[in-house]
Design a protein around this ligand. Structure first.
Ligand code: GTP
Length: 252
């Protein structure tokens, strides 16, 4: 059984900030959002976590191994670097979607995303060190088969993008519904899914579902470990085995 520790990151009172005193230049907002994501990726990444950009005003991190103090430090660092602050909410559950559900409720209970008084909230309990195991995080790294040959080298870039995004949309809904798992597009033709001990049949069914629904062919490498980065790296190696062996699913 896995025990995903998930942290919801939410920019405090961001909506009002984007239009105060009048709408801010979109290029400046895009720059802020992508820099904040880059910094968070490094701050959590230095501590073996993964951060996914999702909607940019809200981001999701897998933070097994990070305690409350580490979260507070990251929060402080963002407050010192940016004109905005972030709230963080941590939760643990075998099912990643359930962990994110709890993390979300904790933050919603503390106040609205657009409440000027609710800033730099830090809620939730990390996984206690004595309960941590080598099986806490399962990461599945999906990749589109021959995306270069089928899309990038053949189609208009926008049509390539539509194909990849449709594969992502179908996979994220399927993994959420069938396995309480969280899927994140990470660029190119890659999707990283945080899973709750899904087995080979589960992955084969997911690949089959996406192929039937939108005609996008996927393969997946799966890794399990104590932290997101260790599990993610194992998943990448398993994906290389898929390439070598021409298989659809490989476990590290
Ligand atoms: N985020 C991320 N992106 C990657 C990774 N590997 C490849 N990419 C991206 O995916 C694109 C396609 O690369 P590949 O998946 O290696 O190529 P492919 O044509 O699909 O070939 P096969 O996967 O071998 O079938 C690259 O241009 C990168 O943008 C990775 O490990 N992480």
């Amino acid at each position: 059984m896995t025990n995903a520790q998930v942290t919801l990151i939410q920019i405090d009172n961001y909506g009002p900030w984007t239009v105060t005193p009048e709408p801010r230049r979109e290029v400046d907002l895009q720059t802020l959002q992508s820099r904040l994501y880059a910094d968070l990726s490094q701050l959590f990444g230095n501590r073996e976590g993964y951060v996914f950009f999702t909607r940019f005003d809200n981001m999701v991190a897998v933070t097994n191994g990070l305690d409350a103090d580490a979260h507070a430090l990251i929060q402080e660092s963002v407050g010192n670097r940016y004109p905005v602050t972030v709230s963080l909410s941590i939760a643990v559950d075998p099912a990643p979607a359930a962990a994110l559900g709890t993390a979300t409720s904790q933050l919603q209970d503390a106040g609205s995303a657009q409440d000027g008084e609710r800033t730099e909230v830090l809620r939730g309990e990390p996984l206690p060190p004595e309960r941590r195991t080598d099986d806490d995080v399962q990461i599945a790294h999906f990749d589109v088969n021959d995306a270069t040959g089928k899309y990038t080298d053949q189609l208009n870039e926008f049509d390539s993008f539509i194909n990849i995004e449709q594969g992502y949309a179908e996979l994220m809904r399927y993994m959420r519904r069938a396995h309480d798992s969280l899927s994140f597009f990470v660029g190119g033709d890659n999707i990283i899914v945080v899973c709750d001990a899904v087995d080979e049949t589960g992955y084969l069914d997911a690949i089959e579902h996406v192929r039937e629904a939108v005609g996008v062919d996927l393969k997946v490498g799966v890794g399990t470990d104590r932290t997101a980065q260790a599990a993610g790296m194992a998943a990448k190696h398993a994906l290389e085995t898929c390439r070598d062996e021409r298989t659809d699913v490989e476990f590290a």
